[in-house]
Design a protein around this ligand. Structure first.
Ligand code: SF4
Length: 352
């Protein structure tokens, strides 16, 4: 089956083309399964900014570290975030120095921490795209319903369509197709990608995460390119509809409103973040604690920002493999399980 789809891609690739996979999960699946080696040499895949850990800017990470250092506070975070270096420290180092930093697997775990420790403020470090935001919103509604007064969130959520628009407007990457993120699209649907096909004439196909899903997606993109078309299609129909998950969207919109957000390597992007609505501001850690994140600094020599914009590959970083490894990561793209540098390190990857 794989060989058949690969042959179909070769047949449909009639000119040079470059497709970007937005999602870090796709980057890992592509490198792990050797999909790049199955493609004709004229068809290239480029990794995009879709790794929530990687795009969290040092300035925002510093806020989480400063909050974790406050006395009596419990800071709850997904495990990947602990090792990500901020400007001068990390959550892991804060924990080693005595801060109460706990690893959780969902916002409901953080909510349980708040329930079980009523005398302590519990701050959940809320990162992730549209995929995770509805769960965090639900945890805020649950906290409100239970009358929990010690549950807070630091919202570093990001919305994907606005940052893709910024990348395309920058003209830094010349793309002929976009592999749209499957998990994000399961929530928001495929319709929010229509502006890319319409305004930029770039074909878009939503993909799942199995190697065959991705190959099918690449074949559908290649067919559109060959025919000179640009439409939004779904190659992940078992999870994604054009409208998305209306219940999840409703919960997200009930609790959050769009706000500017900082993306590593990209900068501030309007309406690409999520802020708690005024009626939920007593859950907002930024508004309810005094803390000093200190000056923002970036890791010298680390080119994570360029890699996230798709203009460089990990091989172009002089620290890759020599200084920066999964055991001793310099930047977030080597820490995160969905980071390009970690994926290149584990599975190899060329500079195409
Ligand atoms: Fe940053 Fe390390 Fe990747 Fe280089 S290899 S870009 S230092 S994470």
């Amino acid at each position: 089956l794989v060989a058949g789809v690969a042959r179909s891609i070769s047949r449909h690739t009639t000119k040079e083309a470059r497709f970007m996979e937005f999602c870090g999960g796709h980057t890992v699946a592509i490198l792990k399964s050797g999909i790049r080696q199955l493609l004709p040499p004229t068809l290239k895949l480029t990794s995009g900014p879709g790794c929530p850990v990687c795009v969290t800017d040092n300035a925002d990470l510093d806020k989480a570290i400063a909050l974790a250092r406050l006395p009596n506070v419990i800071l709850a975070s997904f495990g990947d975030m602990l090792r990500v270096p901020g400007s001068s420290s990390s959550l892991q180092e804060a924990r080693a120095a005595g801060s109460d930093v706990r690893i959780v697997y969902s916002p409901l775990d953080a909510l349980a921490l708040a329930r079980n420790n009523p005398e302590k403020p519990v701050i959940f470090l809320a990162i992730g795209f549209e995929t995770t935001a509805p769960g965090v919103a639900a945890s805020v509604l649950q906290a409100k319903q239970e009358g929990l007064e010690n549950y807070y969130i630091l919202s570093l959520h990001k919305l994907c369509p606005p940052v893709i628009k910024v990348l395309l407007d920058s003209g830094e990457v010349n793309l002929q197709g976009l592999i749209c993120p499957g998990h994000v699209s399961a929530i928001i649907g495929s319709k929010p990608w229509q502006f890319i096909a319409r305004d930029y004439s770039i074909p878009c196909v939503v993909s799942g995460f199995e190697p065959l899903d991705i190959l099918q997606c690449v074949d559908m993109l290649a067919q559109q390119v060959a025919k000179g078309e640009s439409r939004v299609e779904i190659a992940y129909r078992r999870s994604v509809t054009p409208e998305g998950n209306l219940t999840a969207i409703k919960v997200m919109e009930q609790v959050f409103q769009p706000a500017p957000a900082r993306w590593r390597g990209v900068g501030k992007v309007a309406d690409s973040g999520l802020l708690l609505k005024p009626e939920f501001k007593h859950f907002d850690a930024e508004l309810n604690f005094e803390f000093d994140p200190g000056p923002t600094k970036y890791q010298k020599g680390c080119i994570c920002g360029d890699i996230l914009r798709g203009v460089k590959t990990p091989h172009q970083c002089t620290l890759f493999r020599r200084v920066c490894t999964p055991l001793s990561p310099v930047g977030p793209c080597m820490v995160s399980s969905e980071g390009s540098c970690a994926a290149y390190y584990r599975y190899g990857g060329n500079d195409d």
